[in-house]
Ligand binder design. Structure first.
Ligand code: SF4
Length: 375
C-alpha cells in the first residue's frame, strides 16, 4: 500500500538503526509526543531494538487520555438529560468519569450515539429539531478544525438545537509545561506530524531555543519514527537544538492555512486542565464569544462540578513519562482494556492500552529484544 509498505521496509529500517548506533555515544531521553507514535513504537518493537543509550519516553499526546475528569462528568450530566441526544466518537464512551461512563449512562436509557464525524451530529440536529443535540468535541489541533467547521455551519444554517461540548488542547504549551517540570527528563522531542500538518511548525523554534531542546517533526510509520530519532540523536550528539521537519510529505511550514483560519474564527485560546497533569496556561481552545450560543457548557449551565479521581490510577505519571505503564500496580490485573481504571487504558492511543495490547507486561529483557522486529 502506497505510503505504508515502503515506510516499513526492513532493509531501510536496518540502515537507520545502524546509523543511530554509529552516532550515539551517551545516554539520551527522547519523548514521542503523540499516542499514535507510541503505538507504532511498541507495535514494531522499535524501543527494544534501539541502542540501550536511547530511552523513549511516552508523551501526553492521546486526546482521550488528557480530557479532564471535569469535562467527562459534564458530558455525563448533559447526556443524562431526557431532551438531549449526546453524540461522540466511540472511544470516549468507556472513559471513566467520577462514578460512571457514557456507556453506563446509555444503558440507563440516555440517548448517547456514536458518530464518525461532527457533521453527522449536525445532521441529527437538523432531523430532530425538537431535541437538543450535543457533540463531544475533544482532542488536539487535528480534530479541532472539523469541530470548528461544524459550529460555523450550525451558525450559518441557523441550527440552534446543536451545541458543542469543547475540550480541545494544544501541543506547544504542553511541551513548554513538560520542559518546565522539575522532574523533566526529556532531552529531545519527536513532535506530532499530524498536528503540524494543520498548525505548521512556526510555534516550535522559540520553544527549542528557550529550552535548548531539539524538536523533530515526525510521522507515524516505522521509518518515519526511526528518521525522527536519528535526527534527534544527531542533534543531541552535536550539541544542537533546532527544529527539523522529518515529515515533509505531510507537513508544510505554515501547515494548513484554511484550517488555521477556521480555528482562529471559531475558537479562542484558554487555559485548560489536562487529566493527570493539571492546568496548563493557554493550552486549550474554547468557543469564541461570537459562537458562545453553540457552547454546551453555557447552554446546559454545567459550570461547577466536583470531581474525584481514582486513587489507584497512575495515568498522570504515565502521561508525563515518569513511569512506564507496567510499573502501575493495577496494570493487567485490576486494570485492563475491558475494565479500564484510567483513560490511558481506554484509548486506542493510550500508552497503557498499547503496552497491554502488545504484551509489554514487564521491563524488557535481552530475550525480548531479540524477539522484536520492525516491518
Ligand atoms: S494501568 Fe490502568 S490504573 Fe494503571 S496507570 Fe494505566 S490506566 Fe491507570
Amino acid at each position: 500500500m502506497k505510503y505504508l509498505d515502503e515506510f516499513s521496509d526492513p532493509v531501510l529500517a536496518k540502515r537507520l538503526f545502524d546509523d543511530i548506533r554509529a552516532t550515539v555515544t551517551k545516554p539520551w531521553s527522547l519523548m514521542e509526543v503523540c499516542g499514535g507514535q507510541t503505538h507504532s513504537i511498541i507495535r514494531h518493537g522499535i524501543d527494544q531494538l534501539l541502542p540501550e543509550e536511547i530511552q523513549l519516553i511516552h508523551g501526553p499526546g492521546c486526546p482521550v487520555c488528557v480530557t479532564p475528569l471535569e469535562i467527562i462528568d459534564k458530558a455525563l450530566e448533559i447526556a443524562s438529560r431526557p431532551d438531549v441526544v449526546f453524540c461522540s466518537f466511540g472511544d470516549m464512551l468507556r472513559v471513566p468519569g467520577s462514578g460512571r461512563d457514557l456507556f453506563r449512562v446509555k444503558s440507563e436509557g440516555a440517548d448517547v450515539r456514536v458518530v464518525y464525524s461532527p457533521l453527522d451530529a449536525l445532521k441529527i440536529a437538523r432531523e430532530n429539531p425538537e431535541r437538543q443535540v450535543v457533540f463531544f468535541g475533544i482532542g488536539f489541533e487535528t480534530t479541532a478544525p472539523p469541530n470548528a467547521m461544524t459550529v460555523y455551519q450550525a451558525q450559518k444554517l441557523g441550527i440552534e438545537n446543536f451545541s458543542l461540548l469543547v475540550s480541545h488542547v494544544r501541543v506547544p504549551p504542553a511541551i513548554d509545561a513538560i520542559m518546565n517540570s522539575p522532574d523533566c527528563r526529556v532531552e529531545a522531542f519527536l513532535a506530532a506530524g499530524h498536528v503540524c500538518s494543520v498548525m505548521g511548525i512556526r510555534e516550535y523554534p522559540e520553544l527549542a531555543e528557550r529550552h535548548r531542546v531539539p524538536i523533530v517533526v515526525t510521522g507515524f510509520e516505522p521509518l518515519d519514527i526511526l528518521e525522527g530519532i536519528r535526527r534527534a540523536v544527531r542533534q543531541l550528539e552535536a550539541g544542537e537544538h533546532t527544529v527539523e521537519n522529518a515529515y515533509p510529505r505531510a507537513v508544510r511550514t505554515d501547515g494548513n492555512p484554511a484550517a488555521r483560519a477556521m480555528l482562529d474564527d471559531v475558537f479562542e485560546v484558554t487555559d485548560r486542565a489536562w487529566r493527570g497533569i493539571g492546568m496548563i496556561p493557554d493550552s486549550g481552545w474554547r468557543l469564541s464569544p461570537k459562537y458562545r450560543d453553540w457552547d454546551a457548557e453555557y447552554r446546559f449551565s454545567v459550570g461547577d462540578i466536583d470531581t474525584e479521581e481514582s486513587t489507584v490510577c497512575r495515568s498522570g505519571e504515565v502521561l508525563q513519562g515518569l513511569i512506564k505503564p507496567h510499573e502501575c500496580e493495577a496494570f493487567g490485573k485490576t486494570c485492563t482494556p475491558r475494565n479500564p481504571l484510567g483513560a490511558t487504558m481506554v484509548s486506542s492511543e493510550g500508552a497503557c492500552a498499547a503496552y497491554y495490547l502488545y504484551r509489554r507486561l514487564s521491563t524488557p529483557s535481552a530475550g525480548q529484544e531479540e524477539a522484536s522486529s520492525v516491518g
